[in-house]
Design a protein around this ligand. Sequence first.
Ligand SMILES: [Zn+2]
Length: 344
Amino acid sequence: MARMKGKHAVAAIAMALFLFCSCFPQILVSASSATSATFTIIVLPDTQGYVKWYPNIFDNQTQWIVNNKEALNIVFVTQLGDLVDQNENVTQWENANRSLSKLDGAVPWAVLPGNHDINNANFTNYDKYFSASRFKAESWYGGTYVENDNSNNYELFSAAGGNYLVLHLQNDPTDDVLWWAGNVIDQHPDRRVIISTHDYLMGFYRLGQRSEVGERIYHSLVKQHAAQVFLVLCGHSGAEDLMVDTVNGNTVYQVLSDFQSGNLQDGWLRIMEFQPEQNKIQVKTYSSVINEYKNGTQSEFTLDYDFASAVPEIPFPIPIAVLVVTAATLTLIATRNLRKPKLN
Ligand SMILES: [Zn+2]
């Protein structure tokens, strides 16, 4: 009996040590991840007006991305939904597909369905033009919520010594989708996380506030994973806005850009330059069509971000190790009590 208990204890301690030690390399790698290199993410907010009236603008934007990939070290392109204006209009999907296809083989990119893309819960054309099978072979494509359904997807990339995870969540994601997204983050504890979604900030309705959908995403997903989620990107609301929250010392930037309410022919897009050595993310609004930057504090600003901080603060395996030790101890105590000879 005593020898069996000893074996259990040794096994439990060995398991705990293994799990505990396995998390330390992640801390060390994350803490030393920042390098002097800079890299760029391009944000393509709602494109519905371009594919409907000015398809050459969307073509121009994606061709500019390809042409400037090396110069700006563009590592990822994220589109924020409302690819099209009328989801039953095949011409609009063909236009969106032609423009975005320019990125194939040039730079990792991802999309998500906005409310206009799936009006009346009709996912047919989104599934047809931007299916999971289209991306599946890409090394950077992480996976989807539902198998072979690209409505909610994630991607992985590494740049300037850091590892990143980008989630693309459909318009008004269900609680189940948010639960899945949280699990994806938990499965990548050494990655800094960007969430792209459609409806999140109120925009021109009320600047500086999250929408009802945004509140749900923030409280169910973002806040719970604020040690990793540092950036939320959204569109939908016809404005530019920035909302900043701090959760347990972690800063979460929530950035709205949607230029469909202004002069469409300006063709604005967002350039986010990550500067790990300066601990800055420089945000600019640029038009490749008119070759101009958009002025104003809402269009050009700099975010402070500590690229050298460990991610996350408490690595995921530690709670598992604690759980294993606790469970093993409780089992030993329970077993010992059960095996005690009865006194009468
Ligand atoms: Zn929308």
